[in-house]
Design a protein around this ligand. Structure first.
Ligand code: FMN
Length: 361
């Protein structure tokens, strides 16, 4: 068959998907390509990379499924925009895991004879995905334009990819934001002083110069706190170390950090809350919810908005229930983020190279 090499097309799709956001930028995904029923078919096995998954809290299982779902959404959308036909089976938590790997999805990809490859549709999608960033600095206080808010939840991708279950709420009322900020202040310190959780977070912090090419995952400390001098970075490497954080507890350092996060929530201008109907969502529903989140995050980027997840509100049962009550949600909140107008200088966010996550057999 003429046209671009099949492997090259698959690599292009993975290149687009690898920019998916993930908790702590742990990138817990791996793709193994195996031959299909014909030379024009391949099976992509998407697994949760056991060595990369976050495990410090039970609720992180949900974040891992959402993160893989974000990658899955970008991957199949890229495959479709590359002109490849694909269908998939999403796996349940109870499905057997060959070689100890946790299988999340099997995507069957076919190329047809008369196909249009690439094009503007693909280019703008890839460009948007690469430019999208988490923004943790204060947003301009101006409320986002109504059209931008409406654009956030627009549906552009097929429902077969994103499912229909994820409920989206945007909250801009200052009083509600104030209540949510109080909740953040009350519970965020819990995370900063939870030895296991904070040790795992700390392992994902990078204290070198942002953009260092040897760094392929985790979060540069400058992306959390703004531009820093090399000296300040080294100081923070020490000050944020888990045992030091424990020692600083009596001096109120973790609670001051929690207050700073709460201040950002209170300042708004908005908060996005996504929920699923079930108290214990199935793996498949979380993967589709992750795909929908990828669509929403790109919608935000296209509308000039940036997101900053505040997952600490969801990682422990007490604040999650309180959030549910404050926002009168009937379902379980699975993703919460501040949002506002994107800033012109997005932070640097490293990624593993395509070859590190794609295995072609
Ligand atoms: C499910 C999920 C939860 C996240 N929770 C947080 C969070 O609580 N705080 C935060 O600062 N970033 C959070 N993030 C953002 C990630 O840290 C970010 O996506 C990752 O570092 C890559 O950076 P980028 O989004 O700028 O590419 C979360 C992302 C995902 C997908």
């Amino acid at each position: 068959m003429s046209g671009p090499d099949f492997e090259l097309l698959l690599r292009q799709a993975v290149e687009a998907a690898r920019w998916a956001p993930s908790s702590h930028n742990c990138q817990p995904w791996r793709v193994t390509v195996i031959p299909g029923a014909s030379e024009n078919e391949r099976l992509l096995c998407l697994t949760l990379d056991q060595g990369r998954r976050l495990t410090a809290l039970e609720s992180l299982d949900l974040e891992m499924a959402l993160s893989v779902g974000l990658f899955f959404g970008l991957l199949v959308t890229a495959l479709q925009r590359l002109g490849l036909a694909c269908e998939w089976a999403l796996c349940d938590a109870n499905d057997p895991s060959p070689n100890g790997e946790i299988l999340m999805a099997i995507v069957t990809v076919r190329r047809a004879t008369a196909q249009v490859f690439g094009g503007a549709d693909l280019d703008s999608f890839v460009d948007l995905g690469r430019r999208r960033r988490t923004c943790r600095t204060p947003f301009a206080p101006d409320p986002p334009p109504t059209e931008a808010l409406a654009a956030l939840s627009a549906r552009r991708w097929p429902e077969t990819v994103t499912g229909a279950a994820l409920e989206i709420r945007t909250e801009t009322d200052p009083k509600t934001l104030e209540s949510l900020a109080k909740l953040t202040a009350r519970y965020a310190a819990l995370d900063f002083t939870h030895l296991r959780a904070w040790s795992e977070t700390y392992r994902h912090l990078r204290f070198g110069e942002p953009g260092d090419e040897d760094v392929t995952d985790g979060i540069f400390i400058d992306s959390l706190l703004g531009p820093l001098t090399p000296f300040k970075r080294q100081l923070l490497r020490f000050a944020l170390a888990p045992l030091v954080m424990q020692a600083l507890r009596p001096f109120g350092v973790p609670s001051r950090m929690a207050d700073a996060l709460a201040g950002l929530v209170a300042a708004g201008p908005g908060l996005l809350c996504c929920s699923l109907p079930e108290e214990r969502p199935r793996r498949q529903d979380l993967l589709q919810a992750g795909a929908r989140l990828a669509e929403i995050w790109l919608n935000a980027q296209a509308a000039g908005l940036a997101l900053h997840p505040v997952s600490v509100l969801l990682q422990h049962e007490a604040p999650r229930r309180e959030l549910q009550r404050l926002l009168c949600l009937s379902g379980r909140p699975v993703f919460v983020a501040r949002f506002g107008l994107a800033l012109p200088n997005p932070s640097i966010s490293p990624r593993r190279a395509v070859d590190a996550l794609l295995h072609i057999t």
